[in-house]
Design a protein around this ligand. Structure first.
Ligand SMILES: *Cc1c(COP(=O)(O)O)cnc(C)c1O
Length: 666
């Protein structure tokens, strides 16, 4: 029965039990078990909100008459509202059941109660985190949430430090990735603008090309020197100097005029692995650099090939192509694999020394919160052995090295609305040195605003100056901040959640092996590559089939039955999963040949027919906290594989039946 217990290293039994009892209070639960708790919280804080309204100016009497509810117009409105709300509530019953342990599809699960409650309780106050005037409470919470995330990654989070990190929330990972591009471009172009403005006394690089190829940290240092110089100028001159530099920046001139003015410079490229999320293409379009400037670095085994990255960088150096940023992915959307962040950071150091500086950005939209497993409560990095003791294989040495290197990157995207188990509308952008974002400010007048720039919070409470959005939800910020307070972002607290998902993924992989043995007479099945995190894929091919297109068609039928189908009642679905493909660009030719061979597929049929240029596989996200119901001794993981085996049996039986019937068909 219990896959988790049989297959995994024994943790201290007491700790497991404690951890489970803590998790009991974390979610509404698959059955709505914690309904009373949530209801109490909602009612308690709704009353609290009403009390706040009534005590604002108690001398103001109620403006809506006490007997209002008896008026026919009132009643008609209420009836219409109820009708529509009932219709909405009924329609929502067709939603995807993210909360269920039968949902192992995409990157969503149940919501953490502290976040859900914080969001609900904040909504009626409706704070707008565009600025402090509209959100006196939640803007500071957002800045603090940024510091909480920074600490999780190993960035400096002490606001007394000049180079303290800074982070803010976004609507999601897509916008956070865009923010990373914007910031990298601002830092890259600033030294060129400073040269063009001809500011005396500040030592700038000798040529435009040198100026455009500084590493972000050198651009930040240059910007700091410029700010100090500016402050030392007579008040009358400051504005003119500032204007001069501002007008030389591409944020003012536009990219076309900027590159026309600096003929020595080519537009920069962004390097990202083949399987990078499509938000990178969107970001390049938004920035005006264009998708063509997004260079795809080859991968091996679904991870960026560090040697190939070196080769691309050598070519850029040779051809004088500036590199805006190199993006590493920490938990790919498709496979959950982790890029060698440590080797990307090392490449930045080597190439910066040779005159090709660039930013290292980590797209950790998916895997970011797994960093809690690597963090001690006091902020130190945990050694690999300590983490490994809690899992069967996680973290592999390359995974530990990647997480350890996060502290040395320039910026990171992370999605609280994915592995942070919070409601949608919460992504985050975090940069290692808060001083960089001054370059994003819509108005640079922060310099002259009293002593604001010296105080970390006073400076960053002006969120609207630097975020891509304008008005935005303060309730989302409250949800993120409160959740991180209840479950601090280290292995002893929040870490219980990713630990659970990794252990579930390891149990899932073990169950997949048993499943493969069970169905061996009918189909070949296996986990095609060792998972880096909590995403597990399964490749399947009916015994005897050698054709890639036919194998894909078979897996497609299985996948179709694991997908949401609005035309059918929700209960008709036993499980929800998803699918993805293996392509030579992401997995590499050798690995592809190995997998084709193991599936019994004829390599000669690869790429021949339509749809045969890839291998379709099932993909599972083990994010739900209840894959194994200890209370009732149910393993949803085992149930899933029983279900899958049943479907495979049925599909193959149908096929045999239709083949044997075919000659007699009318
Ligand atoms: C989900 C995801 C994104 C996009 O994030 P959204 O929150 O959907 O905008 C970007 N990169 C990766 C790796 C992701 O998994």
């Amino acid at each position: 029965m219990s896959a988790l217990i049989d297959d995994l290293p024994d943790l201290d039994a007491l700790r497991v039990e404690d951890e489970r009892r803590t998790l009991d209070a974390c979610f509404l639960g698959p059955y709505g078990e914690n309904d009373t708790l949530l209801e109490k919280l909602v009612v308690e804080f709704l009353r609290d909100h009403v009390y706040w309204r009534r005590t604002f100016h108690p001398e103001d009497p109620p403006a809506i008459p006490t007997r209002a509810a008896q008026h026919p117009r009132y009643q008609a409105f209420e009836a219409r509202m109820r009708r529509e709300l009932h219709a909405l509530s009924a329609a929502l019953k067709k939603s995807v059941p993210f909360h269920s342990p039968r949902y192992i599809g995409h990157m969503a699960s149940d919501l953490l109660l502290p976040g859900l409650a914080a969001q609900m309780l904040t909504l009626p106050y409706n704070p707008n985190n565009v600025c402090e005037d509209a959100a006196p409470v939640t803007v500071e919470m957002e800045v603090r949430a940024g510091l909480q995330l920074a600490r999780m990654f190993g960035y400096p989070d002490d606001t007394a430090r000049a180079d303290c990190a800074f982070g803010h929330l976004t609507s999601g990972g897509t916008v956070a990735n865009y923010q990373a591009l914007r910031l990298a471009l601002a830092l890259k172009a600033f030294p060129v603008a400073l040269r063009a403005a001809g500011v005396p006394d500040i030592e700038v690089p000798g040529s435009d090309r040198e100026a455009f190829n500084l590493a972000p940290r050198d651009a930040i240092a240059l910007h700091e020197r410029w700010q100090a110089w500016l402050r030392a100028q007579p008040a009358g001159d400051r504005r003119a100097w500032r204007e001069r530099v501002e007008q030389a920046r591409p944020e003012h001139t536009g990219l076309t005029a900027f590159f026309a003015r600096h003929p020595q410079l080519q537009p920069p490229v962004v390097l990202a692995p083949v399987t990078a999320h499509y938000s990178w293409s969107k970001g390049m379009k938004l920035l005006g650099l264009g998708r063509a400037q997004l260079l795809r670095v080859p991968e091996v085994g679904m991870r960026m090939d560090a040697d190939a990255l070196d080769a691309v960088l050598e070519r850029c150096l040779l051809e004088h192509t500036p590199v805006l940023a190199c993006v590493g992915v920490l938990g790919t959307t498709e496979y959950g694999t982790v890029d060698p962040i440590d080797r990307i950071v090392a490449a930045r150091e080597r190439f910066t020394a040779r005159g090709l500086g660039f930013a290292v950005h980590v797209d950790a939209a998916w895997g970011g919160y797994m960093a809690t497993l690597f963090r001690e409560p006091d902020g130190r990095l945990r050694p690999r052995e300590a983490i490994l003791a809690e899992h069967a294989q996680f973290p592999q040495p390359h995974v530990h090295a990647a997480f350890a290197a996060l502290a040395d990157t320039d910026s990171i995207t992370v999605d609280p609305h994915k592995l942070g188990y919070l409601p949608y509308g919460a992504g985050a952008f975090v940069c290692r040195d808060h001083r960089a974002v001054a370059l994003l400010a819509e108005q640079a007048d922060y310099v002259f605003h009293g002593d604001a720039p010296d105080d970390y919070f006073a400076r960053h409470r002006r969120l609207g100056q630097v975020i891509p959005e304008g008005s935005k939800s303060g309730a989302a910020a409250a949800a993120v901040y409160v959740t991180h307070r209840v479950l601090p972002l280290d292995h002893a607290h929040f870490g219980a959640l990713p630990r659970q998902t990794i252990r579930a993924a390891e149990a899932f992989a073990a169950a997949a092996a048993r499943f493969a043995a069970d169905i061996a007479p009918m189909a070949i099945a296996f986990v095609p590559f060792a998972p880096d995190s909590n995403l597990v894929c399964v490749a399947i091919n009916p015994v005897g089939n050698r054709n890639v297109a036919a194998a894909n068609a078979f897996v497609q039928r299985l996948a179709d039955e694991l997908r949401c189908d609005p035309s059918q009642p929700l209960q008709a679905r036993q499980f929800f999963g998803s699918s993805t493909t293996l392509r030579p660009e992401s997995i590499g030719q050798d690995e592809l040949a190995r997998i084709l061979g193991a599936l019994g597929l004829d390599a000669a049929s690869f790429g021949v027919d339509d749809g045969a240029d890839r291998v379709l596989i099932l993909r599972h996200t083990l994010m739900n906290p209840y894959p194994l119901d200890h209370e009732n001794g149910i393993s949803y993981i085992d149930h899933y594989f029983d279900h899958l085996a049943g479907r495979i049996r049925l599909l193959l039986a149908e096929r045999t039946a239709s083949v044997s019937k075919a000659p007699h068909a009318p």
